[in-house]
Write a protein that binds this ligand. Structure first.
Ligand SMILES: Cc1cc2nc3c(=O)[nH]c(=O)nc-3n(C[C@H](O)[C@H](O)[C@H](O)COP(=O)(O)OP(=O)(O)OC[C@H]3O[C@@H](n4cnc5c(N)ncnc54)[C@H](O)[C@@H]3O)c2cc1C
Length: 359
């Protein structure tokens, strides 16, 4: 991840940021008023060494440590994101265990061709570029669940967050009720420190297992990790390739099932769950009495749309892909809402969603 950032810095001399690319086939003529956004590259992808410029002519599979890795050209990223936005990935592969992941990142193919890569879980917090991704997108399908003993669960990072929330709560353990209804994976949730209803995933983590960019397995205890509101140590970890498993420690509870059901029904009545969204677009601003959603609502922007992107009528911090929204529509809407809220309340809203640039 940071190798990518360092290389970008050296190449572009941009301090800490890389541009988010825009569609060249957008149907909207707002180009003149558009100023590109800049996002921290450390959030986005990892890269090996210097980038080679001859990757497209390379073969699409490789062997590493007896594991054959298949790469696919042109997988549409809209299929991997709950927003259903995004063009083709130059390379795409999937992994369902640690060995396959290590093979994918360590094989001669990736190393020789210096392909940067991006790990995707459910894609429920990502905005992919209309042009796609000029590297390799790796879909995490590590989905095991081990019940170690009462309240201790070891879970593959590709396991569905919502499912684990429902299971733990039904089995009489508290701490994961918030997860009911969130359509992410465990890995994405830990990376983002997902939370709701006053709970955060970091509250119940005992340890996290990762694979480094050198292909090594590492076990990290909770005390060696820092978590804040929607932030985790993993977002800044120099040598992280991917989170592969997480062990949770939950406490026995007689009310966990009822609480989980209550949280889920609250979510269903307040969020547009059947629409194509990425959950909350902005973090709730620190020191403000109002949430991001309340600020957007009070600014009169519920229902506002640009192109196919629209501020939800139901929850103002959810932006939906109403009708073939491009990433460009969504970025323009995000920027417009930020400007309006700043103008009306003097508050700068900060994105919670991860913008994944093309290159
Ligand atoms: C309807 C809806 C409701 C939502 N409600 C909430 C909510 O209440 N609270 C909340 O916090 N979020 C919420 N979200 C946002 C989102 O679901 C969470 O942030 C989720 O945990 C992200 O998981 P993911 O697997 O989809 O991550 P992705 O979107 O796939 O990835 C997000 C980031 O994590 C990284 N990542 C993913 N997996 C790994 C891994 N294994 N190792 C290393 N990095 C990884 C990615 O590279 C990317 O930078 C909601 C989203 C939707 C669509």
């Amino acid at each position: 991840m940071i190798l990518f950032e360092r290389n970008m810095l050296r190449a572009s001399h941009l301090p800490f940021f890389v541009p988010f690319s825009l569609s060249h086939h957008s149907t909207h003529d707002q180009t003149s008023s558009y100023t590109p956004f800049f996002y921290p590259s450390k959030f986005l992808s990892r890269r090996f060494g210097r980038e080679a410029n001859n990757t497209s002519s390379a073969k699409l599979s490789s062997q590493w440590n007896n594991q054959r890795v298949q790469f696919v050209h042109g997988k549409l990223l809209s299929e991997l994101s709950t927003w259903r936005i995004g063009g083709p990935a130059k390379y795409f592969t999937e992994f369902s265990n640690q060995t396959q992941l290590v093979a994918a990142i360590s094989c001669r193919y990736c190393v020789d061709h210096s392909i940067r890569f991006f790990i995707v879980g459910k894609g429920s917090n990502c905005l992919f570029d209309d042009r796609g991704f000029d590297g390799c997108v790796m879909l995490n399908r590590i989905q095991f669940l081990e019940r170690i003993h009462g309240g201790i669960y070891r879970v593959g990072s590709g396991y569905p967050l919502n499912k684990l929330g429902m299971q733990c709560s039904a089995e009489g353990f508290a701490g994961f009720e918030f997860a009911c209804g969130i359509p992410g994976t465990i890995g994405g949730a830990v990376f983002m420190n997902a939370g709701a209803h006053g709970q955060e995933i970091s509250d119940v983590i005992e340890s996290v297992e990762i694979i480094t960019i050198n292909g090594e397995h590492r076990l990290i205890g909770r005390n060696d990790l820092l978590f804040y509101y929607r932030q985790s140590s993993f977002q800044k970890m120099q040598d992280l390739a991917a989170i592969v498993a997480v062990t949770f420690h939950l406490t026995p509870s007689s009310t966990s099932k009822t609480k989980a059901e209550e949280y889920l029904s609250r979510r269903k009545s307040s969020q547009p769950l059947s629409e194509r969204s990425a959950g909350s677009v902005f973090r709730n601003p620190m020191g403000s009495a109002m949430t991001a959603g309340e600020l957007i609502d009070k600014a009169g922007l519920k229902g506002y749309s640009i192109g196919g992107a629209k501020v939800s009528d139901m929850h103002a911090n959810f932006f939906i892909n109403l009708e073939n929204s491009t990433s460009r529509d969504m970025v323009l809407l995000i920027k417009f809402v930020q400007e309006q809220v700043k103008l009306k309340f003097g508050i700068e809203l900060e994105e919670e969603v991860c913008m994944v640039p093309y290159g």
